[in-house]
Each structure stands twice: as C-alpha cells, then as structure tokens.
Design a protein around this ligand. Structure first.
Ligand SMILES: [Ca+2]
Ligand SMILES: [Ca+2]
Length: 205
C-alpha cells in the first residue's frame, strides 16, 4: 500500500513548489504586467479612459495657449519693420536733399532759379534722366522701387520693402512763395503692408 502512494508525493510537492514560484514571480512582476493578471487598477494608476481624457484636455489647453501667444509673436516683429522703414526713409531723404533744388539750379545751388536775373525753374519731375542719373530733388517725384543702395543694387534684406517718393511745391507750409520750397514725402511699405511716411522740405536757397 505504501508503495502505491509513493509516486504521488513528488508530484504534489512539485505542484506546491510551482504555485509558490508563480506567486513569488507575480509579486515581483512590473506594474504593466501585473495588470494583465486582472488585478484592480483603482489604487495603482489611471484607467485608459482617464488617460485618453487627460490627453484630450491637454491638447485643448495647448491649442488655447498657442492661440493666445501667437498674436504677440507676430506683433513682436513690428518694431523691426518700423526700424528698417525708418532707416530707409532717412536714407532716401538724405539722398534727395543732397541734390540741387531744380534742374536749372547750378551745382552747389549758388544761383536760385526763378529769381531776377537767374534761370527759370524747370519744374517737378525727371528731366529725361534715368533712375541712376537723377541730379535734382524733384527728379524723384513718382519714384516707386525696391530700396536700392548707392550703386543701384537692391539692398540685401530689404527686398520685400517698397519705397515711393512724392515731390511737390509747398512753400506755403513754411510761409514762403509756393515755388521756393518743395515737400519731399517718402513712403515706405513694409513686408506686411504697413505704411511708414517721412517728409522733409528743400528750399530754393
Ligand atoms: Ca534732373
Ligand atoms: Ca527735375
């Protein structure tokens, strides 16, 4: 009788050992693997639905933050446009003011056109010259171009700007005869379409 039970003892012992191994291994499994055993999630983390809801809420919050800060990012470039427009306006005004008053004014403006004994003033506009050979202030009237440097080349970094020039008699603004002063107006349009206007007077002295 004893001999008939002997083969079962090692099996029972081995089975008991396997169960202890399984229990021990399960207790040391990583969290993710423990979930596969159907253990409760209530006290160990978030459910899948909770994670999906949290991700969706984060996406909405991020979209709101981006939309809130984006206008400020665009507006922060405005000072740069204004600064470059001012540089262009000043540069063009200095260039134009450095020319003689009228086509009939001799170099150095030593004689006034239109005065007694002097040549008659020619008037507003180019006198048959091309852009590169303008020699008096009103030759620039009606000009509209991408900003160029002294050599006539478009200024690097300013390709998207447009400079327009208007020259008109405006002696009355200064209490002079109308033909004794010209108002030079330089309008710079920046890449976003913003308009920057600068003006100066050149007198017939
Ligand atoms: Ca001229
Ligand atoms: Ca002229």
């Amino acid at each position: 009788m004893t001999a008939s039970f002997r083969p079962l003892v090692p099996f029972i012992l081995r089975q008991a050992q396997d169960e202890r191994d399984l229990t021990t291994s399960r207790n040391h499994l990583p969290f993710a693997l423990s979930l596969s055993k159907g253990e409760s999630l209530g006290h160990q983390g978030f459910t899948l639905i909770e994670l999906v809801v949290a991700i969706a809420a984060s996406g909405v919050l991020m979209a709101l933050l981006v939309s809130a800060f984006a206008p400020g990012t665009i507006q922060s470039t405005d000072p740069l446009f204004s600064l470059r427009a001012a540089e262009l306006g000043q540069s063009y005004l200095e260039d134009i003011l450095g020319r003689r008053y009228d086509e009939a004014s001799p170099p150095g403006n030593r004689t006034r056109c239109g005065e007694a004994g002097g040549p008659a003033c020619v008037g507003i506009g180019p006198d048959g010259e091309a852009r590169g050979t303008y020699d008096d202030a009103d030759d620039f009237d009606g000009l509209s171009e991408a900003p160029v440097d002294a050599s006539g080349a478009v200024r690097p970094g300013y390709e998207a700007y447009v400079v327009a020039v208007d020259v008109a008699y405006a002696g009355g603004d200064l209490g002079l005869a109308a033909n004794d002063a010209k108002r030079i107006t330089v309008t710079v349009t920046d890449p976003r379409g913003g308009s920057h206007v600068y003006a100066a007077y050149k007198t017939n002295f």
